[in-house]
Design a binder for this molecule. Structure first.
Ligand code: UTP
Length: 228
């Protein structure tokens, strides 16, 4: 039976928040490696607070928005290299820099890791484009909250989790998010549009909860939000 292809967007905020990052990256790598016999993975890493730091300094220096995006992209690729280091020889040796490179590399490697591609969107959108390009069975958005909430739960503690939503409901929710370099929202509006047009079932799950992440990858019930 051919292996299922899964695209995963790993937020920088869970990959390198400066909270036991080395052991988390090791755990994430071993979770993926355990699943490798049955799956192929395209993993897209975010930039997290290190990207936001560079973007803030760049903005103070007077850089334009797309140059700030380029700074963010460099950091996402740096984070991708860390995960590649932990994955070892099962991973393509470098961060893929384009969707075509990722697709080709996935033919001969079980895991391909990448960061951003072009200015103007985030790595969630790259993961959605990547999911389209590799014909992924599903997209997993591994983030710092355990699902999509009615409002940002870090801002409003009374926000409630939405366990199931349609592509259209997600798109309506994210469409009016801010789009400047380094801004953060539950899902990139472009990513939301792409998963809707290609009908790619998408799971939003807390990326540091390995059990839930593994369940979401396998298509089993998990704690989080399913968009379909
Ligand atoms: P992230 O994907 O980490 O963005 O890329 P984010 O959603 O702001 O971060 P998290 O998920 O909350 O941690 C970091 C920055 O890099 C640029 C954007 O400026 C983005 O904000 N970027 C990234 C691009 O311009 N293009 C890409 O393809 C990826």
């Amino acid at each position: 039976m051919p292996q299922e292809k899964i695209a995963i967007s790993i937020g920088g905020s869970i990959l390198v928040p400066d909270n036991d990052d080395m052991s988390f990256i090791k755990q994430l790598a071993s979770t993926l490696l355990e699943l490798v016999p049955n799956y192929k993975f395209l993993v897209v890493c975010g930039g997290g607070k290190i990207a936001r730091y560079y973007i803030t300094i760049g903005r103070s220096l007077g850089a334009d928005e797309s140059s700030l995006d380029e700074l963010g992209i460099e950091v996402t690729r740096l984070n991708a290299r860390l995960l590649i280091t932990a994955l070892g020889e099962k991973a393509y040796y470098k961060p893929a820099e384009s969707l075509d490179e990722a697709r080709l590399a996935l033919n001969s490697n079980p895991i391909v890791v990448m960061g951003g591609t072009h200015p103007g969107h985030t790595t969630d959108a790259v993961a959605a484009m990547g999911a389209e390009r590799i014909k992924a069975t599903r997209l997993i958005n591994a983030t710092s909250v355990d699902g999509v909430y009615t409002e940002d739960p870090k801002v409003n503690p009374n926000a409630t989790k939405i366990e199931k939503m349609t592509y259209k409901e997600l798109l309506d929710k994210v469409l009016y998010s801010r789009m400047e370099a380094g801004s953060s929202f539950v899902f990139d509006p472009l990513g939301a549009k792409l998963i809707g047009r290609s009908k790619i079932p998408t799971a939003v799950v807390h990326g540091r909860d390995m059990q839930q992440l593994a369940n979401a990858i396998k298509g089993l019930p998990f704690k989080g939000t399913i968009i379909s």
